[in-house]
Design a protein around this ligand. Structure first.
Ligand code: ZN
Length: 439
């Protein structure tokens, strides 16, 4: 009796395992990309047992599903924004299904089954979490996320290549002197927190004037500084000067832009972007004129600060910011100044301008003037503005953040964070704004 029953049970078990009717099938796959993870959903004919594990070199994720076959079409899956490069499937003799995800980089997997409901059948969900974003975030990323961008300074060393600019005694050439000063100036801005400088010209080659301003636009510059050295017939002429665009130059430039010879929308499309292409001509002219006027008054202000600093170092050719119709100063939306660092045609000044120590002093003076200007005119959304307001910065919590990770990144304690934000516990939610105390 007992024996018979055992045999019977064994027989039943054998039938169950061997029955292909009971094997599940994967009928469909869907993929969803979230900011911090990718979700794969496998549609199943019935519930399955599964196992998920990663493999390295190259990074893969293996999904083993018991007693299942694969009959889904995955050819049109949108994988571009996911960490998955391709999906392979195979079945072994025991009718077990293996799904291999080839990955661009390692992920943290999480998987679970979902029982069928009115809308969907049984599903297997595999979430691929991006590897701890917080730990690989750079200071710049964090600053950018919190709208604390750097102020961008475009430094334009005049002339270059075929165009040597002014020449002085001992074959001292303007294009070399101004590139040296520009490089030193860039270094000063790059070292100062809250600033980033770009060199419009990085070597000995010529850049057309229009291209110089368009490079500044592409880099989203907050200020354009063109560096030059003067020359005059009389060797006695000396002194530094700072130029901004003349009102007449600005006005004629407005007309020129409106004539449609440039892409107006693109030029005005900086931060805070005023689009002109969808405005009528009259309104466009008013907007562009306002932009130009605002830019010009900023140019004159920053120019005055630079002149003040340079005046502490060099004799000034003129006591105030001069205005002329220089082509490189004609950006309607980037304050622009041109610094004539001295007269290269004057033997004494040429020698000074060619010396690295004087070049450094000149760079320091220009930097100080510009820095003073921006500290008095803090651009919204910049790191400089956040630091100056004294109340510290704001941090918007994103997925995966913890109070302690935020504290570490901002060099403050969790306790300080709690107190500064009037929080009673460390529970935080995505999108919540935290005030970061100045450390
Ligand atoms: Zn020049």
């Amino acid at each position: 009796m007992l024996i018979v029953r055992n045999i019977c049970l064994a027989f039943v078990a054998l039938v169950c395992a061997g029955e292909s009717v009971t094997a599940a099938t994967v009928n469909g796959v869907r993929v969803w990309r979230a900011p911090d993870h990718t979700r794969l959903v496998f549609d199943l004919s019935e519930p399955v047992a599964h196992k998920v594990f990663p493999l390295e070199n190259p990074d893969r994720l293996v999904i083993d599903v018991e007693n299942t076959s694969f009959s889904a079409d995955i050819s049109s899956l949108e994988l571009v924004k996911s960490p998955i490069t391709s999906i392979r499937t195979g079945e072994n003799n025991q009718k077990n299904l293996r799904i291999v995800l080839d990955l661009k980089k390692a992920v943290r997997p999480r998987s679970f089954s979902l029982a069928k409901n009115e809308q969907y059948g049984d599903r297997l969900v595999v979430d691929l979490y991006d590897h701890d974003k917080a730990t690989i975030k750079t200071v710049e990323d964090v600053a950018a996320e919190n709208n604390q961008r750097d102020i961008v300074i475009a430094i334009d060393a005049g002339h270059g290549g075929e165009d040597p600019g002014a020449s002085g005694p001992r074959r001292i050439r303007e294009k070399e002197v101004v590139l040296d000063i520009s490089r030193k100036l860039k270094k000063l801005f790059d070292q100062a927190p809250g600033y980033k400088a770009v060199l419009v010209r990085t070597g000995d080659y010529y850049i057309p004037l229009r291209t110089r301003t368009s490079i500044a636009h592409k880099k989203r510059a907050d200020l354009f500084i063109s560096i030059h050295a003067d020359a005059f017939k009389k060797p006695s002429a000396n002194g530094a000067s700072v130029f901004a665009l003349s009102r007449r130059g600005a006005t004629s430039e407005t007309a020129r832009y409106l004539a449609g010879r440039e892409n107006r929308a693109d030029l005005i499309g900086g931060a805070g972007s005023v689009r002109l292409d969808d405005k009528d001509h009259m309104l466009a002219s008013v907007l562009l004129d306002l932009s130009m006027t605002a830019t010009l008054s900023s140019s004159l202000e920053v120019g005055a600060e630079v002149l003040k600093s340079v005046g502490g170092l060099a004799r000034l050719h003129k006591k105030r910011v001069e205005q002329a119709g220089f082509m490189v100063l004609k950006s309607p939306d980037i304050p622009s100044i041109l610094v004539e660092t001295g007269f290269i045609s004057n033997p004494t000044e040429a020698n000074r301008l060619a010396s690295p120590s004087y070049q450094q002093k000149m760079a320091n003076a220009i930097f100080q003037g510009v820095n003073r200007y921006f500290n008095n005119n803090l651009p919204v959304g910049t790191l400089l503005a956040a630091r100056q307001t004294g109340s510290g910065s704001t941090y918007v919590i994103s997925r995966g953040d913890t109070l302690s990770s935020i504290a570490v990144r901002h060099n403050v304690s969790v306790k300080e964070l709690l107190r500064h934000n009037g929080l009673k516990n460390t529970r935080i939610r995505v999108g919540q704004r935290l005030k970061i105390p100045t450390s």
